[in-house]
Design a protein around this ligand. Structure first.
Ligand code: ADP
Ligand code: MG
Length: 351
């Protein structure tokens, strides 16, 4: 890897998935209308970059940043007057179209993953202290009590407008908001007819078409645990070459706290209320549907390898994935056969 790449990697390494810059063509000749505009923003609790190439790139990127700010303001947990905060106070809320659609997607994916993904996880997230950083380990009694408040089957968006959450339910869109947002940005790129574009919203990367020169985007998958012998020395566990798709990674390493030598991370198992312990340390999902990719990266992490593979076998047309186990074992589903490369050994899962 060149020095330039190494520097960029160091800058972006916090984000789960890493954009690998493509070396400039030797000729260095760019037509004026193929110039690239790139902006950074901190929103939804993470660093984001938005980049587009083409005549309308500037307007497209500006609109994308505006969209990020709008959705962040709607769904923020820390912002007292956000739509989600008002819902969580059980106010009657006339839902904005974006909130309605993200909730509909969340409910549908929750159902389809047998509850492994569930936005009503919020009371547990709060008790563990993840939204505030005031971390604590809940007692068994409290866990049991709060588990009674998890389950999105009691949310029915069709019945009411304005909408009020059931009195024993509160929501957290942290596992799906960035995927929904990157999909919206792809629509903005489409509306502006940009030639090429890419966003990285924390661990969520989504690519619009190919790069302007017609080549594929290269998205590096962050090494979830460089201390593991099997993975040691690698910045990335591999590279996905893709166009027009999202590459979303979830891992316990992204947010956690330690107590008495034990690590507690931020992806909770809705069945136990504990940090998911399915034996995986990282899950990356590749799909044309960024919203699905985001929610599934969280859900498959909760499921563990065996259930994740069965789930994939039934829905191979919708996504592919890269699983990393606690021992460093890497499994890649067969749809990525021609687009995943790695210096590390990996297994390919067939349907
Ligand atoms: P990140 O936001 O770090 O990229 P994820 O996409 O995996 O990671 O989302 C984790 C976030 O999703 C948590 O911070 C929390 O807000 C929420 N969450 C945690 N567990 C679940 C779950 N089982 N289902 C739905 N959302 C969850
Ligand atoms: Mg997610």
């Amino acid at each position: 890897m060149g020095k330039r790449n190494a520097v960029l990697l160091a800058v972006l390494i916090a984000s789960g998935a890493i954009l690998l810059p493509h070396p400039l063509p030797a000729s260095g000749v760019y037509e004026e209308d193929l110039s690239t505009v790139r902006e950074e923003i901190f929103a939804m609790d993470t660093y984001m970059t938005v980049s587009a190439t083409g005549r309308n790139a500037k307007e497209a990127v500006e609109d994308a940043l505006e969209e990020i700010r709008t959705l962040d303001a709607l769904w923020s947990i820390s912002e007292k007057d956000s739509e989600v905060s008002r819902l969580n106070r059980h106010e009657s809320v006339r839902l904005s179209p974006d909130t309605r659609s993200v909730l509909e997607r969340a409910l549908e994916i929750s159902k389809d993953t047998g509850g492994a993904f569930d936005i009503t996880i919020y009371p547990l997230m709060e008790e563990w202290g993840f939204p505030t950083g005031n971390y604590q380990i809940p007692s068994e009694k409290i866990l049991k009590e709060l588990l009674g408040r998890v389950g999105s089957d009691t949310l029915d968006l069709r019945t009411e407008d304005p909408y009020t959450l059931p009195s024993d339910r509160q929501i957290d869109l942290g596992g799906i908001a960035k995927g929904y947002t990157s999909d919206r940005i792809m629509e903005i790129f489409e509306a502006h007819q940009v030639a090429a574009g890419i966003v990285s919203l924390g661990g969520n990367v989504e690519t619009f078409r190919t790069k302007a020169d017609g080549s594929l985007w290269k998205v590096g998958i962050q090494n979830p645990d460089p201390d593991l012998e099997a993975l040691s020395g690698a910045d990335v566990i591999g590279i996905v070459e893709t166009a027009g798709k999202a590459v979303v990674t979830s891992g316990g390493y992204e947010r956690y706290f330690e107590k008495d030598g034990v690590r507690y991370h931020h992806i909770l198992d809705p069945e136990t209320g504990m940090p998911a312990a399915g034996g995986l340390i990282s899950v990356s999902v590749v799909s044309t549907d960024g919203c699905l990719a985001d929610a599934l990266s969280t859900a498959l992490f909760v499921m563990g390898k065996e259930d994740a593979l069965s789930y994939w076998k039934e829905r191979r047309d919708l996504f592919d994935m890269i699983l990393v186990e606690e021992d460093g074992n890497i499994t890649v589903t067969s749809g990525l056969k021609d687009c995943f490369t790695s210096d590390l050994p990996f297994e390919t899962a067939e349907p």
